[in-house]
Unconditional design. Structure first.
Length: 237
């Protein structure tokens, strides 16, 4: 273990292999959570009374410690990646559901009326009009869920070599190797920062009507059309 990135053989991965494992275990649950949250949020928008119990249930599930989740799931999924990814997908719902609901509810009634007049049904209106306008709120929730998931994956070390870079943290303490601990901590932080930066770029690309800075936010808002306009124009195309 003379090199900086030399990894103990019991981890069965190279350092970059652990990075790949970490990304897979953290990003797939976020994707699943987002896909699941989209119809749930739309249902909460249409049935307003449903929002409070859904958000309450998601909050209760979020409050369950991940270790307790693992203990329950191990009997069914064993010491596998799935045991780590299921709780992370559930945790992401408490971020995605309110973000999507608030974003969709912010769409002006005039925009919805215009879309309906153009022949858009509920599903088409939701996908082509409401979601694009709600993109800033959705991506803000996506940033929180992604960074949180990347950090929580490390807890998977408690059920075997399923913690990605967190496995280095465990081995570093066992073998009294501070180098492994630093590789784990710094690597996880760098992944979170890079993932957040990528999502910021995605937001800039998907929401060109949003102001780019506080200094010119007011002139930009005056010069550019309302967010509803470009989204509705794209939907018509």
């Amino acid at each position: 273990m003379n090199g900086i990135f030399d990894i103990p053989s019991d981890l069965q991965h190279s350092y970059f292999g652990l990075i790949g494992l970490h990304l897979r275990e953290s990003l797939l649950p976020v994707l699943v959570g987002l896909v699941a949250a989209l119809p749930i949020a739309q249902l909460c928008v249409r049935l307003r009374w449903l929002y409070a119990p859904v958000l309450g249930l998601a909050t209760v599930l979020y409050a369950i410690p991940s270790l307790a989740f693992f203990v329950v799931l191990i009997d069914y999924t064993g010491q596998t990646e799935l045991t780590v990814m299921i709780p992370l997908a559930v945790y992401s719902l408490v971020v995605f559901v309110p973000a999507i609901v608030d974003g969709v509810r912010s769409v002006p009634e005039e925009t919805l009326a215009a879309a309906t007049a153009m022949g858009f049904g509920p599903v088409r209106r939701y996908v082509l009009v409401q979601l694009p306008i709600a993109a800033p709120a959705i991506i803000a929730g996506l940033r929180v869920a992604t960074v949180s998931s990347i950090s929580l994956v490390s807890v998977g070390m408690l059920i075997g070599n399923q913690g990605g870079l967190g496995n280095l943290l465990n081995d570093g303490m066992i073998y009294h190797q501070p180098r492994l601990v630093w590789l784990s901590v710094i690597g996880t932080a760098v992944l979170a920062i890079l993932a957040d930066a990528v999502l910021v770029v995605v937001r800039l690309l998907l929401t060109p009507w949003m102001p780019r800075g506080t200094r010119d936010a007011r002139p930009a808002a005056e010069a550019r059309p309302e967010p509803a306009a470009p989204a509705l124009e794209d939907a018509v195309r």
